[in-house]
Design a protein around this ligand. Structure first.
Ligand code: HEC
Ligand code: HEC
Ligand code: HEC
Length: 181
């Protein structure tokens, strides 16, 4: 058993040390975060994601922005649609792959008139947020960019590509969590 006085002094000392650590850490984050944010890709992603979050409705969950689709991004953050090269870009070199892809259901997953009709019914009846369920499969960039929220200002040039080369070719993992995962 330690004498009581020593015990208290030790605790006070440890407490002050932890407080100091917390303060130094906070200072370091405060000093480095904004300076780096504009420079490295992770910082730019975070900034894009924060901007989208500011006007993004989340009726299904407070912290899982892509629900009810179980598709998600590597960090769970939104991705700037500019980070997905278009099929046309890939097609400059991969001409055969482009020609084959152009005829597939994947390439037309968002252009098909039956699809557009169906998804518009859903938007009118329930709101665009509900189409996250569909677009996790039909138009993944619409989902991951954060465009599927009422009044989104995001330019949706990616609609024309549907499931484009760079969506499939950037998949890192498939899970069995559920729809779109
Ligand atoms: C500037 C030309 C160019 C562009 C643009 C380009 N690629 Fe490639 N790609 C290549 C070359 C060259 C190879 C290597 C081919 C080889 O080894 O047979 C390659 C390889 C690949 C491979 C691996 C092929 C294999 O057999 O393993 C894939 C997959 C691929 N590219 C997909 C894409 C996608 C998706 C895009 C668009 C986001 C793209 N590429 C854009 C030139 C290009
Ligand atoms: C799990 C992935 C997934 C989800 C989620 C999904 N779809 Fe689909 N959808 C597909 C696939 C794959 C096909 C193509 C099936 C085929 O060709 O046999 C398809 C086909 C369709 C078609 C027929 C298109 C055609 O060319 O005939 C319509 C319409 C459609 N989906 C609407 C929707 C709507 C509306 C939602 C959301 C309520 C939705 N889908 C959700 C994967 C999905
Ligand atoms: C639906 C998902 C999907 C889409 C969309 C897609 N790919 Fe692929 N791609 C694959 C898979 C999976 C393979 C591997 C196929 C295999 O190993 O047999 C592949 C293979 C390739 C290869 C390797 C060489 C070959 O021909 O087998 C190239 C190059 C390629 N894709 C380019 C493209 C380009 C360019 C586009 C868009 C125009 C595209 N892909 C769209 C899934 C996709």
């Amino acid at each position: 058993m330690l004498p009581r006085r020593f015990d208290n002094r030790f605790l006070r000392l440890a407490g002050s040390f932890l407080l100091l650590c917390a303060f130094v850490c906070a200072l370091m984050t405060w000093r480095t975060r904004p300076a780096r944010a504009g420079e490295d890709a992770a910082g730019q992603r975070a900034v894009y994601s924060q901007n989208v979050t500011a006007h993004y409705n989340m009726p299904f969950s407070g912290d899982l922005p892509f629900l009810p689709s179980n598709a998600t991004t590597d960090t769970g953050q939104f991705l700037d649609p500019k980070s997905f090269p278009t099929a046309k870009y890939c097609g400059h070199c991969h001409q055969q792959a482009y020609a084959e892809w152009r005829q597939t259901a994947h390439a037309n997953a968002f252009r098909n008139p039956w699809y557009v009709k169906n998804v518009n019914l859903l938007i009118n009846e329930w709101g665009i947020e509900y189409t996250r369920h569909c677009e996790g499969c039909h138009n993944p960039i619409a989902l991951t960019s954060g465009a599927l929220t009422k009044g989104s200002p995001i330019d949706r040039h990616f609609d024309a590509d549907g499931i484009t080369c760079s969506t499939c070719h950037s998949i890192q993992k498939a899970t069995t969590r559920g729809t779109g995962s």
